[in-house]
Design a protein around this ligand. Structure first.
Ligand SMILES: NC(=O)c1ccc[n+]([C@@H]2O[C@H](COP(=O)([O-])OP(=O)(O)OC[C@H]3O[C@@H](n4cnc5c(N)ncnc54)[C@H](O)[C@@H]3O)[C@@H](O)[C@H]2O)c1
Length: 462
């Protein structure tokens, strides 16, 4: 329905009722069973489609099959369990077996930053594309769900034509916008679904059928050109990263001039043209997407001799900010961290995930250790992944254990479990009552009552 309204505006592609050879019930293969692939696969199965999830990591597949999720994502174990039990969701390590009879094969493998130059590393995408087309036994649609730079779909199409000139293989871009920690809700109730094609009626019809259940949730299915779809994903992430970086710089200015960044954020966010989301000042953006995607967009701009200077600056400012947080903590300790113990609450790049990729905590730990501090940390889900990344840090069982004997307590990631801590109890067990709240969640009055000298982001309270 929404598709019909939008289609004339969006790239001129017409909405499609299923062509005669397109079924309502789809057979879908998901290549890559990570944060995106597993959530997307389970949600597609929950819509009623038949889904095979493929991963070359045999340990991951074995874990899922035995009911253990390889990642922490709220609600995922129930969603996977119920759909697997219903026979709509199966798992394999065998790409060839997985793609047999599929209407659409989604590529959801990683696209990390390439070592050395910051370009997106597309080797996993192209390797998956080769494996898929070699195994195909019938015409199919290959869909890149991974975040990939402009032109990647063209290259996947070239690979398909070269290896399988005998088959009609369509290549579509369908970037994913889900957020870790809220991934299932985001997938099922997205703000929009973007589908980029080169105009193939079959591809448009298959994608329309795959996402048809979402029309019940009023999610706009937006068809566009393939290169445009690829760019939309990067533009979205770069814009959000810019918004975060903007408010972080305002926070620094607030500290310098004696203003309150939370009020500034509210004051500008209530303007509908700006909006209140992504205006929380903090230690800088991290995670598996924004850092690598902003960097990749910068590289694309340079490749096409069209620099995206705002994004270049955002990348630089954010990189500097993470280490600056380390200096902020040292300052709160009186300027010397040697021999002091700093307790970190939260290590993951945001709450409700175990994802440690590019988490600000990594740079903060490094800066503190460089300054001679000993670091103790607690995170509800991230410690298993974090421990080998920060071998000098002592991981403990909860926030109170972390605070025991520490000279400073630092809130790094705003997990719910940290929101209602007993500040008096924490303070009483510490060697020095120093609290650094990098997410601005503790009321200044409560911290003061507990005897803490409080440092926040974007306001002068200490
Ligand atoms: N994580 C997010 O929040 C998020 C959100 C939107 C978009 N994305 C994008 O989605 C893509 C995937 O991200 P992710 O976080 O799910 O990555 P991930 O590292 O969690 O998962 C990727 C999986 O692909 C598997 N894999 C790699 N090559 C394979 C192959 N040839 N055959 C089978 N399996 C293979 C890996 O073993 C791994 O399990 C990336 O491009 C990312 O930028 C991620």
């Amino acid at each position: 329905m929404v598709l019909q309204c939008l289609a004339p505006m969006l790239g001129g592609f017409q909405p499609h009722h299923p062509a005669r050879d397109v079924k309502y019930h789809m057979k879908i293969t998901m290549i890559g069973t990570g944060y995106v692939g597993l959530v997307s696969g389970a949600c597609f199965a929950d819509f009623g489609h038949d889904v095979v999830c493929v991963d070359k990591d045999a340990g991951k597949i074995a874990a899922i099959e035995s009911g253990r999720m390889p990642i922490y994502e709220p609600g995922l174990d129930q969603l996977v369990g119920s759909n697997a039990a219903a026979g709509r969701l199966t798992f394999t390590t065998d790409v060839a077996a997985g793609v047999k009879g599929a209407d659409a094969i989604f590529i959801a493998v990683g696209t990390p930053s390439r070592r050395g130059d910051g370009h997106a590393d597309l080797s996993y995408v192209y390797a998956a594309a080769r494996e898929i087309v070699e195994a195909l036994d019938a015409p199919a649609v290959i869909v890149t769900k991974s975040t990939v730079p402009v032109g990647t779909g063209d290259e996947v199409e070239r690979i398909a034509r070269e290896l399988r000139p005998d088959l009609d293989i369509q290549v579509v871009s369908n970037p994913e916008f889900l957020r870790e920690g809220a991934a299932i809700g985001d997938f099922k109730r997205p703000d929009r679904v973007v589908v980029g094609t080169t105009g193939s009626e079959r591809a448009i019809a298959v994608m329309s059928q795959i996402y048809r259940p979402l029309s019940l949730n009023q999610a706009p299915l937006m068809f566009t050109g393939r290169r445009t779809a690829e760019l939309i994903k990067y533009a979205a992430n770069a814009f959000l990263a810019t918004k975060i970086t903007f408010i972080n710089e305002m926070a620094d200015l607030c500290e310098a001039v004696g203003a309150q960044v939370q009020d500034v954020a509210r004051g500008i966010g209530l303007d509908n043209r700006i909006g209140s989301k992504f205006l929380h000042a903090g230690p800088g953006y991290g995670g598996s997407c924004f850092p690598k995607d902003t960097l990749a967009l910068v590289k694309t701009g340079q490749d096409y001799d069209t620099p995206v200077r705002i994004v270049e600056t955002v990348v630089q400012v954010n990189d500097l900010r993470k280490r600056a947080m380390g200096r902020k903590i040292v300052k709160a300790l009186g300027g010397d961290a040697r021999g002091r113990t700093v307790a970190l609450l939260g290590l993951t790049f945001k709450p409700n995930t175990d994802d440690m990729r590019d988490a600000p905590s990594i740079a903060i730990v490094q800066a503190l250790e460089d300054a001679g501090a000993k670091v103790v940390a607690y995170d509800p889900e991230g410690m298993a992944v974090a421990a080998p990344m920060m071998p000098g840090v002592t991981m403990v069982g909860d926030a109170y254990e972390a605070a025991q004997g520490a000279d400073a307590l630092v809130l790094v990631t705003e997990w719910d479990i940290f929101r209602a801590l007993d500040l008096k109890r924490l303070a009483a067990s510490m060697a020095q009552k120093v609290l650094v709240d990098l997410r601005n969640i503790y009321p200044a009055a409560e911290a003061a009552e507990a005897g803490f000298a409080l440092t926040r982001v974007g306001s002068q309270v200490a």
